[in-house]
Design a protein around this ligand. Sequence first.
Ligand SMILES: NCc1[nH]cc(CCC(=O)O)c1CC(=O)O
Length: 299
Amino acid sequence: MQTIKIGTRKSELALKQANNVGASIEKLGGTYELVLIQSVGDIDLKTPLHEIGFTGVFTKALDMALLNGDIDIAVHSLKDVPTELPKGIVQAAVIKRDNPIDILVTKEALNLATKLTIATGSIRRKAQWLHKYPAHQIVGLRGNVHTRLQKLADSEWSGAIFSHSGLDRVDLIPVHHIELNWMTPAPAQGVVTISIAEANVALMPFIQQLNHAETALITQIERDFLNELEGGCSAPIGALASIEKDTVRFKGVLTAPDGKQQFEIEETIKMDQVVDFGRKCAQSILAKGGAEIMKELQN
Ligand SMILES: NCc1[nH]cc(CCC(=O)O)c1CC(=O)O
């Protein structure tokens, strides 16, 4: 078999994720090389992501490279991948999920009952934080993991919110942090995915060996929930599914951007009824009043 060209962004986290996939390819007897590709999300480091104006800020350049054959596979954080893939691109495999939760990195022990300033660039984290701590102030924060940690260190802020898995993969979980178990993570947070060109039928079966079936099932539910709700705009949506024996548990959250309103659903169903579970949960959120929030976000 030919050396597999893995396309990746060049941030330390992206490289780590791509090399982890490469190591799995080697375990299966293959060889790989990395091809570094810049995305719009890496060039424009200022504009909040939800304002950049098209989906796939981190994935589009890699999709193009797949389609024109510059790379064989692309490795992404699944939460950065639009729920609707471009024509000709398919998900070949997802890797077993790491810890999906968000954490608050702080400089010292904090009293959350006081008026604090918390940094995040994510509209979901901001909305859920303000819902729980209405007296707090949120400030914007973008950039890769290193940059964000440095900005926190150089600031007067009390803390900043990060993905646990994102920090953990580059060994950067600081001493002072709080696990935000009450916060519902982004759909597919903590999961790495491998995209491939649909036309690359020769390589598909080999890459599919890397797929973790349970992770594929729960992330499909989370992304169906997102897709059914969002209709093309980015919204403060959280979703987390998990498997317990023969049942699937799901929690989904849609929050108004200012945190004043939040619609939640928590459901458990039998595994054999899982078809369309995510979509049904989204419809229930919309019926409860979530449709109003989505309408406002579209304007
Ligand atoms: N938003 C950017 C992003 N995309 C994927 C990760 C980390 C890996 C993951 O959460 O799956 C991060 C960093 C973060 O959210 O702090």
